[in-house]
Design a protein around this ligand. Structure first.
Ligand SMILES: *Cc1c(COP(=O)(O)O)cnc(C)c1O
Length: 338
């Protein structure tokens, strides 16, 4: 089966499994797992932040960040496409008792001006108190789009001017950094907290890290415990993360190239209305009235190729570590023949 539904479908490589097997472990709830500690230190250093904490999932890392930045009744500003709003089970309200003020952005991205407009005046006690701005890079529902770093800097100034926290959902920050030839430390300097995922493009079975400043992160381990995310000998999983940083980061370029090629071929099809700009490893496209999404997907499934619907008439393909050159050749040929 050729699985282009998501970059989360990868399985650990032999090298990764070997690294996991050889990991030195201890009880991480006591902070005695040397491999988890090593991964946290490594990620903290990459982003130039004092603290990092290992989490079982990106959703939990984001949810912990929301909790660290807010009090119940307050509000976070994010895009209408944001993962924290759409795909974390309503956790913002469930865990933190906060609401989301949605910005009608462009492919999951917005401007500092739009944020300034979305901030509720703090003295106007009828409205929720705005306390946080959350951005996503790359954007998931926005089709793997990368933020302009200059806009992110302007947003930092807006947050400073209004005393707001600034969180980055960096589930796919690795893709952005590789694509734009940026440094992780740029992001560390800008944001108060950053969540990163190892279970997407980097090919790990599980694992995320929340990075942040000393004062905010003091409460992170307690919140992780409350959310049920305190784990024991998880150095086996952290070892996969360390292995991925050494072996799977640079190769994201290959995923980006394959996604570009998929986008190019799709855009030549008469049944495709529009292919959104392809910047990293996600391809989002819409069909015209000639064919339904279900029919299109069925035609691919008949060739053993699986893609996913995003709602609103959009379809998505995501390239990843387990999507080989041979699979790519077959998929390009199959689409071309449709
Ligand atoms: C995948 C993803 C997450 C985290 O998801 P988990 O499945 O909980 O690890 C967070 N944000 C974005 C943008 C994502 O794509």
């Amino acid at each position: 089966m050729i699985d282009l539904r998501s970059d989360t479908v990868t399985k650990p490589t032999a090298g990764m499994l070997d690294a996991m097997l050889k990991a030195e472990v201890g009880d991480d709830v006591y902070k005695e797992d040397p491999t988890v500690n090593a991964l946290e230190e490594r990620v903290a250093e990459m982003f130039g932040k004092p603290k990092a904490l290992f989490f079982p999932s990106g959703s939990m890392a984001n949810q912990a960040a929301l909790k660290l930045h807010t009090n119940p009744g307050e509000q976070v500003i994010c895009d209408k496409y944001a993962h924290i709003y759409n795909y974390e089970g309503g956790g913002a309200s469930f865990n933190s008792g906060i609401s989301c003020k949605l910005i009608d952005g462009d492919r999951g991205m917005f401007t500092a001006e739009q944020v300034a407009e979305a901030i509720n005046p703090p003295d106007f006690y009828h409205s929720p108190l705005t306390s946080l701005v959350a951005v996503e890079n790359t954007t998931n529902k926005g089709g793997g789009a990368c933020w302009d770093f200059f806009e992110l800097k302007k947003l930092r100034e807006t947050c400073n001017a209004h005393n707001l926290g600034y969180h980055l959902d960096g589930a796919r920050i690795w893709n952005a950094v590789v694509k734009k030839e940026e440094k992780a430390v740029q992001y560390g300097r800008l944001f108060d907290t950053i969540s990163v995922c190892f279970s997407k493009g980097l090919g790990c079975p599980v694992g995320s890290v929340l990075i942040g400043d000393e004062s905010l992160m003091k409460g992170a381990i307690r919140i992780r415990k409350i959310l049920g995310g305190g784990m024991r000998q998880v150095g086996y999983l952290a070892a996969a993360g360390l292995y991925a940083l050494d072996n799977h980061l640079e190769r994201l370029e290959e995923d980006h190239k394959k996604a570009q090629e998929l986008g190019s071929v799709l855009s030549t099809l008469s049944c495709v209305k529009v292919v959104e700009p392809v910047e990293t490893n996600i391809v989002i496209f819409e069909l015209n009235d000639m064919i339904s999404e279900t029919k299109f997907q069925q035609k691919l499934i008949a060739k053993n190729i699986h893609i996913i619907g995003m709602g609103g008439g959009k379809l998505r393909m995501v390239t990843h570590l387990d999507y080989s050159d041979a699979m790519h050749t077959k998929v390009l040929q199959t689409i071309q023949d449709m």
